[in-house]
Design a protein around this ligand. Structure first.
Ligand code: SAH
Ligand code: SF4
Ligand code: F3S
Length: 479
C-alpha cells in the first residue's frame, strides 16, 4: 500500500492556490518553529544561527509552543543533569505530540552529537537529530522529515564557523549581543565532553567578526561579548596577505570600532591567557574589566588528573599578572568542580584556599559528573561519593557567597559606569544594568532610557547586586 504523504501547510497552499506567492499569503501561513536553548552562551548563540537558517527557508519563530509546527531543543551534555533536563522535556513533549501528531521535534546541539541515533531509538518522540556543525543541512533534513522519515546529521567539520550567516537575535534586549569567534576545543580536559560534542577548534574569519560587531553597533547595540571555549587560542590567517590575527589583536580591533561599544569576552584559559591580552584590556576603556578564568581546582595533583596543563602556582601567577596590569579594578570569576576523581579532603581544602587568595567576584560551581567516554571516565575512578561531593560543593558555594558579598561591599561609596539594560525584574520603579566588572546594578528609574551610559553611585549591596543612584548621564564624548 502506498504511504500517504503528509503535506506541509506550504504544500497544501501551493496545491490549492498555486498562483499566490508566499509573500502575498503572509506570515500567518508560514510554518512556525519554537526554539528552546540549554547550556552555555555559545549554544545560545548557535540558536540564533539556527533561526537564521530557518528564516531563510521560509519559517518564522514563535514563542508559543502550542502554535508551533516544529519544536527544536538546542541541547547541552556538559553534566548528567543537563541531559536529564532535556529527557524530561522530551517526556513532556510526548504529551503534546499525542494531541497534535503533525508536530515535529528536533534535538540539536551537544546531546545530538553525543548520542546520535541513540536519541531516535530511545526517545521515540524525536524526528530529527542535528549536531552543532550541521545546521546548514536543516532544510534538507526537514525535507526528509516531511516525507515521514527520521533524519540525522551529526557530521563534525574542521572548517565550519557559520561566518557568513547573520544570526537572528533572539530574546534580545537590543543592547547586548553575543558573537561566536571560534568553535570547538582542542584541549583535552579529562572531565569534559565538549571536544567530543563540538569537535576540533577552529577560528572564524576576523573580518566577518568585525563586520558583525560593526553591524550590531549600527543597529543600536552597545555591548558585544566575544565567545569561545578558549578565546586565547584564537588565531586566524588572512590567506590574501598572510597576516595572522591573534586574540589580543582581534579584541583591540573590535574595541576600536567605537568607544560607545563595550566589549566583553569569555572564556579565558589559564594556560593560554597572555599579558598581551591584559595590556590590550588596559589600553581600551571600552573593554570591560572582567576576566573569567576557570581554575576548576586549587590543587596541582587534581589539575594534573584533570589534564588542565597548568598547576596552582601557574594559575596564581596569572592572577598576579591580572592585578599587576589591570589593578584591583578588574573583576575575576571562575568555574570550580567539587569531588573530581580521587579528590582527597586536603585537595578540596586547596580549592577553598585558592578562593581565599583570589577573592573571586563570582563563580560557577559544580559537583563532578562523569561523562561517558571522556578520558576521566576511561582512566579514572569516579570514587568520591555523591554525599561528599555535595558537602564539598556546599562549602565552596558558601565561601563564594561570602567573597561575592565582600567584593560588592568594596564598591559602596564608589561610582560605577553602567550600561542600562532595562527595567529591574523586581520593580517597575527601578532600572538595571551592568558595570564594567559585570556586576548587576539597580537604581531608581528617573527618566533614563535603555542603552544610556550612566554613572551610578553605589550605596548598598547584596552578594548578587549593587544598589545605588545615578549621579550623571554620560554623553557619548565623555566615555
Ligand atoms: N571552556 C571552558 C569551560 C566550558 S564548560 C573552560 O575551559 O573553562 C563550563 C564548565 O563546566 C567548566 O569550566 C567546568 O567547571 C564545568 N564542567 C565541565 N565538565 C564537567 C563535568 N563533567 N562535571 C562537572 N562540571 C563540569
Ligand atoms: Fe572542556 Fe577544557 Fe575545552 Fe573548556 S578547555 S571546553 S573544560 S576541554
Ligand atoms: Fe553544554 Fe555543549 Fe556548551 S556541552 S556547555 S552546550 S558546548
Amino acid at each position: 500500500m502506498q504511504e500517504l504523504k503528509v503535506l506541509s501547510v506550504e504544500e497544501k497552499l501551493n496545491l490549492d492556490i498555486p498562483r499566490i506567492s508566499k509573500e502575498v499569503i503572509g506570515a500567518e501561513f508560514q510554518k512556525k518553529v519554537y526554539l528552546e536553548s540549554y547550556g552555555c552562551q555559545m549554544n545560545f548563540a548557535d540558536t540564533e544561527i539556527i533561526l537564521s537558517v530557518m528564516q531563510q527557508n521560509g519559517f518564522t519563530s514563535t514563542s508559543n509552543i502550542q502554535s508551533a509546527d516544529l519544536i527544536f531543543l538546542n541541547t547541552c551534555s556538559i553534566r548528567e543533569n543537563a541531559e536529564q533536563k532535556v529527557r524530561n522535556r522530551l517526556e513532556h513533549l510526548r504529551g503534546l505530540k499525542k494531541k497534535n501528531p503533525d508536530i515535529k521535534i528536533g534535538v540539536l546541539g551537544c546531546m545530538a552529537e553525543r548520542l546520535k541515533t541513540k536519541l531516535i531509538d530511545e526517545e521515540k518522540v524525536v524526528d530529527l537529530v542535528v549536531g552543532p556543525d550541521a545546521y546548514r543541512d536543516l532544510p534538507n533534513l526537514l525535507g526528509e522529515v516531511d516525507e515521514g522519515q527520521k533524519a540525522i546529521n551529526v557530521f563534525l567539520s574542521r572548517e565550519e564557523t557559520y561566518a557568513d550567516i547573520e544570526p537572528v537575535r533572539l530574546n534580545s534586549n537590543g543592547i547586548s549581543a553575543f558573537i561566536s569567534i571560534m568553535r570547538g576545543c582542542d584541549n583535552m580536559c579529562s572531565f569534559c565532553v565538549v571536544p567530543y560534542t563540538r569537535g576540533r577548534e577552529r577560528s572564524r574569519d576576523a573580518s566577518s567578526i568585525l563586520n558583525e560587531a560593526k553591524d550590531l553597533f549600527n543597529k543600536g547595540f552597545k555591548e558585544v561579548t566575544l565567545l569561545g571555549q578558549n578565546v586565547d587560542s584564537y588565531k586566524w590567517k588572512d590567506e590574501s596577505n598572510g597576516v595572522v590575527v591573534n586574540f589580543a589583536q582581534l579584541l583591540s580591533s573590535v574595541a576600536d570600532i567605537n568607544l560607545q561599544l563595550r566589549v566583553r569576552f569569555t572564556t579565558s584559559h589559564p594556560k593560554d591567557m597572555t599579558d598581551e591580552v591584559l595590556k590590550t584590556m588596559a589600553a581600551h576603556p571600552n573593554i570591560c574589566k572582567n576576566i573569567h578564568l576557570p581554575a576548576q581546582s586549587g590543587n596541582s595533583a587534581v589539575l594534573d588528573r584533570m589534564n588542565r596543563t597548568y598547576d596552582r602556582e601557574w594559575y596564581l601567577e596569572r592572577i598576579a599578572s591580572i592585578k599587576r596590569i589591570l589593578g584591583d579594578d578588574c573583576s575575576i570569576t571562575t568555574d570550580t568542580i567539587a569531588g573530581f576523581c580521587g579528590e582527597t579532603e586536603a585537595e578540596h581544602q586547596d580549592t577553598l584556599s585558592l578562593m581565599d587568595i583570589v577573592q573571586y567576584d563570582y563563580a560557577y560551581m559544580f559537583a563532578y559528573s562523569e561523562r561517558p567516554n571522556t578520558p576521566a571516565a576511561k582512566k579514572l575512578k569516579d570514587d568520591v561519593s555523591e554525599e561528599v561531593k555535595k558537602r564539598r560543593l556546599q562549602e565552596i558555594i558558601q565561601l563564594q557567597s561570602k567573597h561575592s558579598f565582600e567584593r560588592n561591599k568594596l564598591a559602596i561609596g564608589k561610582t560605577h559606569e553602567v550600561l542600562i539594560e532595562g527595567f529591574s525584574k523586581r520593580s517597575a520603579e527601578h532600572m538595571c544594568g551592568r558595570d564594567g566588572r559585570n556586576s548587576m546594578v539597580v537604581f531608581p528609574k528617573g527618566d533614563f532610557t535603555k542603552g544610556n551610559y550612566v554613572l551610578v553611585r553605589i550605596d548598598d549591596c547584596t552578594s548578587a547586586t549593587l544598589l545605588g543612584e545615578v549621579v550623571e548621564i554620560l554623553e557619548p564624548h565623555k566615555r
